[in-house]
Design a protein around this ligand. Structure first.
Ligand code: FAD
Ligand code: SF4
Length: 523
């Protein structure tokens, strides 16, 4: 059985970033990834292949709490879901690390503060080449460094919306984006600013995803190895139950085993929880690292909606995801509870609409709708409910039980946006009845999954300590989105990346290693 200093399971935002941080240390690092590289092919940018045929989604079938089949919208590839993400790289707000009273309950405190993570946010933004502008987002937390690159400019229709919203007294701002766009030198720019970014892999390798930014550079170090198509099925522990002694995987239909001084699960919040639950033993009868009983519980995924506002003005925007509004993030005078975050999805076309996202407006073709719609993305915080959970059926398959909570703030957020837009140029003649068509993202939309292996100071109520080490084991860590005790209402990836850098520093210290080269690359 081959032995490594560190075995990292999963190569997404958490695992990929951690590998990058550790790579220059000289320690022997093994990355295990159940998927392969995303094949570079024309279908990468085909709306039909991506949105209708779901070509890149896993074919794995989970179940909901009623035992109904659930086809998760998730992707197993080198780079994880960052290969497909919209690269909106937000920091959580400073207040999100403390307790916040919501209409539907309490969002709990984190065991670390915003200040503990701030330097790592700055490093993650630098590493992932975030383009943004400080000082405009009204809820923006303090930052120790400017963005490395200027904000991605709005196209004219979005600039017009920006100006209209600003006239209404709001403070719209540029979405911080991890795309390698050089607007000052378009011919040299790696990114060509196309309309197939959010939800699509980038054919140009110009999106700052975990493969391009972290895994590929990490593999340039001779001490780092990646095994693809290596699905980890179980972690085996020592007789005492205190150490993971063996990582069992399935590769090309055969079982293989490796071991590591340190083992890190970063399979995404649902799969990491499932892996720990599948690794139950006499010493860990309810699953590995689960003395507290919280593993798999407190699943969160945000309350997300897509809202199409059909406007008289055509919307020929190519890259739409440049504008966001956080004025209602913590509520307003009429509703003193958090409502959430307003932004955009990538520009939807008729093919994407045919995949069934929103209801069809009577009397309009999908093409006409798509040509006139502003395609908003609204995110509100869902709260950690122990009954919203990942569990396993008798055959070890994933069961995802979820009951939405804290929905009032989300409804208010939708109403706020609709009210605002009514006063702009939405046209009642083009669309006789439904000015707005919206859809709540269903349970299968697990893009923002988090919270299932929460970190905390109390081993009775959390599975991981503040360094993301399992309370119950000496050498097991988790660095994907599982560790969140609460989810805030902005996209999660930058927080996962920043935390992976933080845990990376802890591991370097624990291993007695230095990673000056990796540090330089993030400063
Ligand atoms: C369409 C889409 C758009 C998104 N847009 C944004 C956005 O704009 N901004 C943002 O912040 N977030 C966005 N997200 C969410 C973001 O991608 C995730 O939050 C992030 O990738 C989660 O990181 P992770 O490390 O927890 O998991 P992942 O990135 O999912 O990585 C987990 C990895 O583990 C592998 N794996 C799973 N099980 C096993 C196993 N048993 N053995 C071996 N390997 C395994 C998987 O194949 C995968 O590579 C989006 C997601 C999607 C799907
Ligand atoms: S070229 Fe730019 S806009 Fe298009 S997918 Fe790549 S990163 Fe996104």
């Amino acid at each position: 059985m081959s032995h490594y200093d560190v075995v990292i399971i999963g190569t997404g935002a958490g695992g990929g970033t951690l590998a990058y941080r550790l790579a220059a240390s000289g320690k022997r690092i093994l990355l295990l990834e159940r998927g392969d590289y995303v094949r570079r092919e024309k279908d990468n940018w085909s709306s039909r292949a991506v949105n209708v045929d779901a070509k890149y989604h896993t074919r794995e079938v989970w179940q909901d709490k009623h035992g109904k089949p659930l086809h998760p919208h998730t992707n197993y590839y080198v780079g994880g879901n960052t290969k497909f993400y919209g690269a909106a790289l937000f920091r959580l707000r400073k207040q999100d690390f403390g307790e916040i009273v919501h209409h539907g309950g309490i969002s709990p405190t984190w065991p670390i503060s915003y200040d503990d993570l701030e330097a790592y946010y700055a490093q993650a933004e630098y590493l992932y080449q975030v383009h943004g502008e400080r000082g405009v987002d009204p809820t923006e937390p303090p930052a120790s460094a400017p963005y490395r690159f200027p904000a991605v400019q709005h196209e004219p229709r979005i600039q017009q919306l920006h100006d209209d919203l600003a006239r209404c007294g709001l403070r719209p701002f540029h979405v911080p984006l991890g795309i390698m766009l050089d607007e000052a030198h378009p011919r040299a720019s790696k990114c060509i600013r196309c309309d197939t970014c959010d939800g699509f892999p980038c054919l140009m390798h110009a999106k700052s995803d975990a493969q391009v930014i972290c895994v590929d550079p990490a593999l340039e170090h001779p001490n780092v190895t990646l095994l693809t198509n290596a699905r980890v099925t179980r972690l085996v522990t020592s007789a005492s139950g205190r150490e993971v002694t063996c990582v069992v995987m399935e590769r090309d239909g055969a079982e293989e085993r490796v071991s590591g001084d340190i083992v890190v699960a970063s399979c995404g919040a649902i799969n990491s929880a499932a892996l720990l639950l599948r690794s139950a033993t006499d010493k860990h009868p309810h699953g590995l690292a689960n003395r507290s009983g919280v593993v798999g519980r407190h699943y969160m995924g945000h309350i997300n909606s897509v809202l199409l506002a059909i406007s008289r003005t055509p919307n020929p925007t190519v890259f739409q995801k440049t504008l966001a509004v956080n004025d209602f993030y913590f509520g307003d005078a009429g509703f003193p509870f958090p409502m959430g975050h307003i932004s955009f999805v990538g520009k939807l076309d008729a093919v994407a609409l045919s995949a069934g996202a929103p209801a069809i407006v009577p009397g309009m073709t999908l093409d006409l709708m798509a040509k006139h719609s502003l395609d908003f993305w609204l995110t509100s915080e869902d709260l950690p409910d122990p009954d919203n959970r990942v569990s396993l059926d008798g055959r070890g398959n994933i069961v995802l039980s979820y009951m939405p909570n804290n929905v009032e703030g989300h409804k208010r957020l939708i109403a706020k946006l609709e009210h605002l837009l009514q006063h702009l140029d939405m046209h009642p003649h083009l669309v006789p009845r439904n000015l707005f068509v919206g859809t709540r993202i269903p349970l299968a939309g697990v893009a923002h999954q988090n919270g299932t292996i929460r970190f905390g100071r109390d081993p009775g109520t959390s599975a991981l300590d503040p360094n993301c080490k399992a309370h119950d084991l000496d050498n097991l860590y988790v660095v994907d989105g599982s560790f969140f005790p609460s989810s805030g209402a902005v996209n999660p990836a930058l927080t996962i990346m920043a935390n992976a850098l933080r845990v990376g520093d802890h591991l370097l210290e624990r291993l007695g290693a230095r990673a000056s080269a990796a540090l330089q690359a993030t400063q």
